[in-house]
Write a protein that binds this ligand. Structure first.
Ligand code: MRU
Length: 346
């Protein structure tokens, strides 16, 4: 089984997701700037995986700091954290993981610098290991919503590759499959970066979960023909009112699902809930390079000099979401109250 992101001898090792599915290459990152570049360049992607990589970047950065006392360490560590936080704006897990690392540094300021560094390494490893456990719990919670023999549409890749392992939306599908529900998957190819075609199709096939690849513009037709029973997607950030940011195209899928009376489920850990965000309108949407739209596989498809927009995410309003699946339980509208109850749980 592939490893998405791993701590190895004070380095961070990541599978290069830009090369999948044709090549399985692992890159080793020895400094925090390398980890930051890997996040920005999509070597690692998917909200929880970005969070784990950022935590490991913080730990690597901390190990390299030379400081006489905590104040000096803290100033230098803040620079490391700021650099990692500047990589991708939408997935809140990135900021969540960095804040958790900063909090641990502050809470352990009484330790020697050498011990503090080891404490930060432990925290990064814990964030990695916890993520897998969280996804398994989320999977079990979500699997209850899926019926036997259902066909599920998913968009982008919210699988093992987007997390430390097991996946969020694909974790729900995996758990249903493990429970003997015989579920099948339709994977949207997910233009322009093709996370569905390259990553979701690959990891489900590796796992022997039946998967059929479709282009994004085929989903409506499949729904009209009664070939899809539910939609399950991941998320990069949920606002406190239940508005959900996810890969560009998700909003369109949610509208289609509502029109065809198909349940639309979102799976995400509680670390993806941003209670400071009133609604989805404030979620920063990353704009990526136009080349992702004009080129496919390195080959130009559009005329030179054409105007292009490339927002990487969109926001699905809460009213189109039938339920949000987390590791602490499944929430339905009104989401704000539901989220508050989740956070009150141990
Ligand atoms: O641009 P990406 O590939 O990082 O976008 C990923 C997604 O939109 C996923 O659906 C989301 O992060 C949920 S992953 C468990």
């Amino acid at each position: 089984m592939f490893k998405v992101v791993e701590w190895k001898k004070n380095t961070c090792v990541m599978i290069d997701q830009r090369l999948l599915p044709t090549k399985e290459v692992y890159n080793t990152y020895k400094d925090y700037k390398g980890v930051a570049k890997a996040i920005k360049d999509m070597v690692v992607r998917g909200a929880p995986a970005i969070g784990v990589a950022a935590a490991m970047g913080c730990a690597i950065g901390a190990l390299d700091i030379k400081a006489k006392d905590f104040d000096e360490f803290s100033k230098k560590f803040a620079k490391v954290c700021d650099h990692l936080a500047g990589t991708r704006p939408t997935a809140v897990n990135l900021f969540w993981a960095i804040e958790r690392m900063k909090g641990v540094a502050e809470a352990n300021k009484g330790l020697t610098i050498a011990k503090l560094k080891q404490r930060l390494v432990k925290e990064a490893k814990d964030i990695h290991d916890d993520d897998i456990e969280i996804n398994k719990k989320m999977g079990r919670n979500g699997a209850k919503l899926l019926k036997k023999d259902w066909t599920i549409l998913t968009h982008c890749n919210a699988g093992a590759l987007a997390t430390a392992g097991y996946g969020t939306a694909l974790g729900v599908i995996r758990a249903a499959s493990e429970a003997g529900k015989n579920v099948k998957v339709f994977a949207d190819e997910t233009r322009p970066f093709l996370q569905g075609a390259r990553l979701t199709a690959w990891e489900l096939k590796e796992d022997n979960i039946p998967v059929t690849l479709i282009t994004d513009n085929m989903a409506a037709h499949m729904m009209q023909k009664g070939m899809i029973d539910a939609v399950v997607v991941g998320t990069d950030r949920m606002a406190s009112n239940g508005d959900v940011a996810n890969k560009i195209g998700t909003y369109g899928v949610a509208i289609l699902a509502r029109y065809h009376k198909i349940p639309f489920y979102v799976a995400g850990p509680t670390s993806t809930i941003d209670m400071d965000m009133k609604d989805g309108s404030g979620i920063p949407i990353e704009e990526r390079k136009t080349r992702e739209v004009t080129h496919i596989g390195g080959k130009r498809m559009a005329p030179e000099g054409i105007d292009v927009l490339n927002p990487a995410f969109d926001v699905t309003p809460a009213k189109l979401v039938n339920a949000i699946i987390t590791e602490k339980g499944v929430v339905t509208a009104p989401y704000k109250a539901g989220f508050k109850k989740l956070f009150a749980k141990k």
